[in-house]
Every structure is written in structure tokens, then in C-alpha cells.
Design a protein around this ligand. Sequence first.
Ligand code: ADE
Length: 224
Amino acid sequence: MHIDVITCLPKLIESPFSDSILMRAQKKGLVTVNIIDLRQYGIGKHHTTDDYAFGGGAGMVMMIEPIDNCIRELRRHRTYDEIIYTSPDGDLLTQRMANELSLRQNLILLCGHYKGVDERVREHLVTREISIGDYVLSGGELASAVIADAIIRLIPGVLSDETSALSDSFQDNLIAPPVYTRPSTYKNWQVPEILLSGNQSKIEEWRHAQSVERTKKRRPGLLQ
Ligand code: ADE
């Protein structure tokens, strides 16, 4: 998989890709991530990427021209499956969506900023708009990092134990069961006896029951 991230603030998004699982995925050659500073495509001496909104109002708007030029340049090298714009009014990111995107080959993540992008970017260049939740961030960089993380960890070989992504919360519309590690007793707080029993089929039964119970209590909507 290849992901191009277009942003006005490259520093804000570099670190999640420079550590831990996302870095290892790149080192293993399973994904390449390229962060592009939109200012490279900015207009004029000051490499401007935003301007005042027509009709007035507070907040700057990201201009179409730098974005169009940037995407055109990227398209000279690749055909993209999706050009994703991060925005609080996009479709809510779900595990199902991450699963689906993890099967794609080439993605662009365009990070929104300021008051958003010129609407023509959304109409003519973007294929999909994704929100990571019903709240407003100061920019799309953190949202892009979240989306990329949710996708990249699903690529086969990225996690050392592939089954661990399959047993994540939400993969079967259930929340994951509780987990424990040593010591089995701490300050008189005990690990459930069943987990120490060595009876694997009983343990799996218990885990499933816990998942169902937790989902009913915490996220009943998932069960419908
Ligand atoms: N940009 C600002 N807020 C956002 C959100 N909630 N999701 C995606 N992009 C955003």
C-alpha cells in the first residue's frame, strides 16, 4: 500500500509514522507513507495556500489551485483508489470502513484546515470524506494519522500476530473482553479464576460471554 498525505503542517503528522507499528510496517516494506507539504504548491512568492472566503466571514479557506496542482503531480506517478478529505462533516470512521480501505493500494489523505477547503475541491477532486468523530479538531492532520493507523495495522504482516487484529474490538460488532497479566493477585484484586484454569475452550466461552455482556452495557447499538 502507498499513502500520500497532503498537509500544510507536515511536522504535525510526521511523528506517528516514525515510531512503533507504523514505522515497522514501513521498514518491512508493507506500506510507504509520503508526507507532502502543500506549501510546495503554494501560490506566489509567499507560497500561499489559503485565502479569505468569498462573501466574507471569519476564517481562511484552503485554495483549490495548490491542491489541484499537488494532486495532478501525484497522479502522474500513481492511480489512486481513493482521495480522502478529512473533515468533521464526512462519513464517520468505522472498523468496517478501515477494513475496506486496508484492501486498497494507493490512497491520498488530504488534511483539511482553517475553515475548510474551497468546495470545488470536494466536488471535483475528492472521492471520499471521513470524520473521526463528532467534534472539531484544529486541523485534519491528527484525523489523517488516526485513519492511516486504523488502516495500516490491518495490512497482513504488519502485526506480528495476525489474529490480534481479527480479535480487536468491533471486528465482529463486539467489544473485546477484559485481559489480565501477572501477578494473578495484586492488593487482593484477583484475576478471574477461569483464566488460570488452562481449559482453553472454557476460556474462549467466558471471553465471548464477557464481550457480549460488555457490548450490551457499553455499546448496545452495536448489537442491532
Ligand atoms: N478536521 C477537524 N475535525 C475533524 C474530525 N472530527 N474528523 C476529521 N477531520 C477533522
